[in-house]
Design a protein around this ligand. Structure first.
Ligand SMILES: Cc1cc2nc3c(=O)[nH]c(=O)nc-3n(C[C@H](O)[C@H](O)[C@H](O)COP(=O)(O)OP(=O)(O)OC[C@H]3O[C@@H](n4cnc5c(N)ncnc54)[C@H](O)[C@@H]3O)c2cc1C
Length: 452
């Protein structure tokens, strides 16, 4: 019987165990995790903190009973301290003390931890980071017991934007500070600007182009100092400035670290150490368009990579087909999604990338409730090869579905013209005979005609 040990109990680790059990129902799969929250959807933490999800326990993708029923032995509050690849053991420290756990195959899925930017005062009471369930419970307890009135969020990436929404729902006055010229810097400032304006209409004070320099404690509150003398006071500060991979075990194994310090793995998620695979937020991510590794830590990617690691650890030959950076976020009733490269990113790679933006209705305007969609299409001028797309719209406008259409087109290296050939669905309340994404690729072609 093969003994599979997986270190990490979140998206990548659980996916590895499940797939391994699928491939070989006899495998002994043990998952060790440092915290007490196996298989929790940390993506749902902002929705819990905003009160839309009332019970945090419901964020578990699977209960412990379901994991046990799937044949996975789960060891919570158990930290892996070191791996001995010759003896094939993992040194663990858990509720019963230290032990050496033998393995035949090992998957490292230690994930990421939030970046703690070197801002003086970041350790003050009332300053929070958000990555784990424990982080969220600490914020929730603070909200419940201290009844803060004002919050400052430092960082307007997707989590910062989701949290501005969440804390507004909880009744706080929120200031959102972002160094980039607009919120949500993963999309172009044209769309980030629209999102920022809409957040402003919901009562969020959006301060973009602002570099935070210090957090100070006044007698009763926290004061955030930014460059140029800008300052705001609040009862709590949330710093959400991205994540970095957790790689201490990998470093102990002598594994090479690549982009942003993430573990370098092959396309089959294998490491150079025999019998050791790695997946999820702790590893580099193969980019399908760039044809090289990047670091794009997302739940979607962690699930896929974990599944491949689990299968390959049992002798499979799966290859990770690559990420496109597809992502979507809902902030109040606005949804913003992207896939592929922005024009700026594509130009850095040598493409003659050009963008066309189209604003059109999400469905036939004669049917009630039509909403504007803002669609930006990036493609290579000479070949018309689709390189990326970004969409902003209201929640009922199926932004995510439409981004996903572009993601499929990108995955298959389609041209903007080929998008018009796709047989997409239509009924007046939901779309138009040409879906808005097709209208947008046609608008791109209209602006950049093919040269005969
Ligand atoms: C607030 C928030 C919102 C998000 N929203 C989205 C979203 O909408 N869409 C999306 O695609 N992604 C989203 N993400 C990202 C997504 O959650 C992560 O990409 C995903 O959880 C990564 O999974 P993972 O298994 O690689 O690592 P992690 O979730 O980081 O889990 C790591 C695991 O390893 C364990 N561990 C670490 N070190 C050790 C050790 N030495 N010994 C034992 N155990 C160890 C930890 O306890 C944990 O169980 C969000 C993230 C956050 C924080």
């Amino acid at each position: 019987v093969t003994r599979l040990v997986v270190i990490g109990g979140s998206d990548a680790g659980v996916s590895a165990c499940l797939q391994a059990r699928e491939v070989d129902p006899a495998v002994e799969a043990t998952m060790v995790l440092a915290d007490d929250y196996p298989n929790y959807s940390i993506c749902g933490l902002p929705m819990f903190l905003g009160g839309e999800v009332t019970d945090w326990h419901s964020l578990a993708h699977r209960t412990r009973e379901e994991l046990a029923a799937a044949g996975i032995e789960v060891r919570t509050k158990t930290r892996a301290l070191a791996v001995d690849p010759r003896a094939r053991t993992v040194r663990t420290a858990g509720p019963e003390g230290e032990a050496d756990m033998p393995y035949d195959r090992l998957v490292i899925a230690t994930g990421a931890e939030p970046v703690r930017p070197p801002i003086p005062g970041i350790d003050h009471e009332g300053v929070f980071l958000l990555h784990s369930v424990d982080d969220a419970l600490a914020i929730d307890a603070f909200l419940a017991t201290r009844a803060p009135e004002r919050a400052i969020i430092v960082g307007a990436g997707y989590i910062g934007c989701e949290m501005a929404d969440a804390l507004t729902r909880r009744g706080l006055a929120v200031t959102l500070m972002e160094q980039a010229p607009a919120v949500l810097p993963t999309v172009d400032p044209q769309l980030g600007g629209i999102l920022g304006e809409r957040m402003g209409r919901q009562g969020v004070e959006v301060l973009a182009g602002v570099r935070v320099e210090a957090i100070e404690r006044t007698r009763l509150r926290l004061r955030v100092q930014a460059a140029g003398g800008l300052r705001r006071t609040a009862d709590m500060v949330l710093v959400v400035a991205g994540v970095r991979p957790v790689t201490d075990l990998a470093r102990g194994l002598g594994l090479e670290l690549g982009v942003r310090g993430a573990i370098r793995v092959g396309r089959g998620m294998q490491t150079p150490v025999p019998n050791v695979w790695a997946a999820g937020d702790c590893v580099e991510t193969w980019h399908r368009l760039l044809r090289r590794p990047t670091y794009l830590p997302l739940g979607t990617t962690a699930h896929k990579q974990g599944r491949i690691a689990g299968e390959n650890a049992l002798g499979g030959g799966r290859v990770y087909e690559g990420t496109l950076g597809t992502q979507v976020v809902k902030v109040f009733d606005t949804v913003v999604g992207r896939t592929g490269l922005s024009e700026a990113e594509a130009r850095l790679e040598g493409w003659d990338a050009v963008t066309a933006e189209l604003t059109t209705w999400d469905h036939k305007v004669y049917y009630p409730g039509a909403q504007a969609l803002h669609i930006r299409i990036v493609a290579d001028r000479a070949s018309g090869l689709l390189l990326g797309g970004q969409i902003l719209g209201r929640q009922p406008s199926e932004v995510a579905k439409r981004v996903d259409v572009l993601a499929v087109a990108l995955h298959h290296a389609m041209s903007v013209d080929a998008v018009s050939d796709l047989d997409l669905s239509y009924t007046p309340p939901l779309s138009s005979p040409w879906d808005p994404v097709q209208m947008a690729t046609q608008a791109w072609r209209g602006r950049f005609p093919a040269t005969p």
